[in-house]
Design a protein. Structure first.
Length: 429
């Protein structure tokens, strides 16, 4: 192999490796946009989604927020692939074969407001004929309150349910057009604060709330200290116990690992602090998700970001395991090849000489079997051509000894041919 040919092959190998690395890097690059199913524009989920959008924008990821009726619709949009991620209330079913959880994010208490002018029994099992706003169809509030009524042993038609929005429900309650208004929301949501400040509404403290929490699917019991929302006037005026559900962030099962990484890091930033219901570091949590937890998200939530996040681009750090999975098979294939290359190279160079030995062996066999003068002359010509070929064979210095030894063998054969020719012609010189 000549020097230009070797150089060409070297360049081709380098180019092939460069193309393979470039393609691998392109495959690791995440999409630059993401769709999140949130909730009504005036709801808590939408406000949270706006926070996610701001954080993801730092990494050049555009978050498109889908305004929906609520968690039920969010779950449907996630399941059918319309949304890449969704904020979903606890207790809302999501097909586990299409979705994974980043984790639970915060508690959402079930708050039931009543007009202080028309008190309502705190025992839900006694409710009958009440006009109750339970959120719009497709909302998490409607799903949770329906489950709550079933847990309390009430028939679906025992009370009249309406589906007004947050603000309209409070107005209707103030006008005595409804008897109760149910909300699954942060206790300090802006529209609830306005209701507290009016002094006309109270939050119903249910009887047997601990028993209800043990019977209602997905429910937890949370305790709120007096003055947690406001100190003047104190809201609530005394300690309260509420049913609560855990909001979750769910994603499509095959969402790009780098996007999962960014969503999880954003969740840690947004929900990792202390609030009225949550302790510092309590959320996000991989417990209580119902859905299987994404492995990359679990690693970040449980152990925090690795050292790779400090000096690698996030999309590479997020997929380091994936990169290793790609490289390890290549490593186990390439390493033996690299170790074998010197031997293969040496064999290839020596073989350029060794491949001429069958001809030399054939000539030697002919000499052993006896030949006439004409045949001997033909043998001599063949050996001269072979010797000339070996003399002009370009070999690295380390392998020229092989060619030299072959030419010595040729010289011995040539001497034998000359001796045999002299014997046949009777010449002695």
């Amino acid at each position: 192999m000549t020097l230009p040919t070797r150089l060409l092959w070297s360049l081709l190998i380098v180019a092939a490796v460069a193309v393979a690395v470039a393609l691998m890097i392109l495959a690791l690059r995440p999409p630059n946009q993401l769709t999140l199913a949130a909730g009504p524009e005036d709801g808590a989920y939408h406000r949270i989604a706006v926070k996610y959008r701001a954080i993801l924008a730092r990494d050049g990821i555009a978050l498109r927020i889908l305004d929906t009726a609520g968690s039920v619709e969010n779950a449907r949009l996630l399941a059918d692939g319309t949304a890449d991620a969704a904020l979903i209330q606890g207790g809302i079913a999501v097909p586990s074969d299409t979705a994974e959880a980043i984790g639970t994010l915060f508690y959402e208490p079930l708050l039931i407001l009543y007009n202080t002018d028309t008190p309502v029994s705190p025992n839900p099992a006694t409710w009958s004929g009440l006009r109750i706003n339970a959120g719009a169809e497709g909302s998490g509030t409607r799903a949770a309150f329906t489950s709550f009524l079933a847990t309390a042993g009430l028939a679906p038609d025992a009370n009249s349910l309406t589906g007004l929005g947050y603000g309209d429900a409070i107005q209707a309650l103030g006008a005595n057009r409804i008897d109760l208004a149910a909300f699954v929301a942060p206790i300090d949501a802006p529209y609830l604060r306005r209701a507290y400040d009016s002094g006309r509404f109270g939050v119903l403290q249910l009887d047997y709330v601990e028993a209800l929490s043990r019977r209602m699917p997905g429910a937890e019991l949370v305790r709120i200290p007096p003055g947690a929302v406001s100190l003047s006037p104190p809201v609530p005026p005394g300690p309260r116990e509420f049913l609560a559900l855990q909001a979750r962030l769910a994603v499509r099962g095959h969402l790009h690992p780098a996007l999962v990484n960014r969503l999880t890091m954003a969740a840690l930033d947004i929900h990792g602090g202390r609030s009225i219901l949550e302790n510092d570091g309590e959320f996000p949590s991989v417990n209580g998700t119902v859905l299987p937890v994404n492995n990359a998200a679990r690693q970040l939530v449980v152990n925090g970001p690795t050292a790779w996040h400090d000096w690698l681009p996030y999309w590479m750090a997020a997929q380091l395991n994936r990169v290793l999975i790609l490289l390890l098979p290549l490593f186990f294939v390439v390493l033996p090849l690299v170790r074998a290359l010197p031997g293969l190279y040496a064999y290839a160079q020596n073989y350029r000489v060794w491949q001429n030995y069958p001809l030399m062996r054939a000539i030697e066999d002919e000499l052993e079997s006896g030949s006439d003068v004409e045949t001997l002359d033909h043998m001599a010509d063949r050996l001269r051509a072979l010797d000339d070929h070996l003399a002009h064979l370009r070999l690295p210095a380390a392998f020229r000894q092989t060619a030299f030894q072959a030419r010595m063998h040729i010289d011995l054969l040539q001497r034998r041919i000359i001796t045999e020719q002299q014997r046949l012609t009777g010449r002695t010189d």
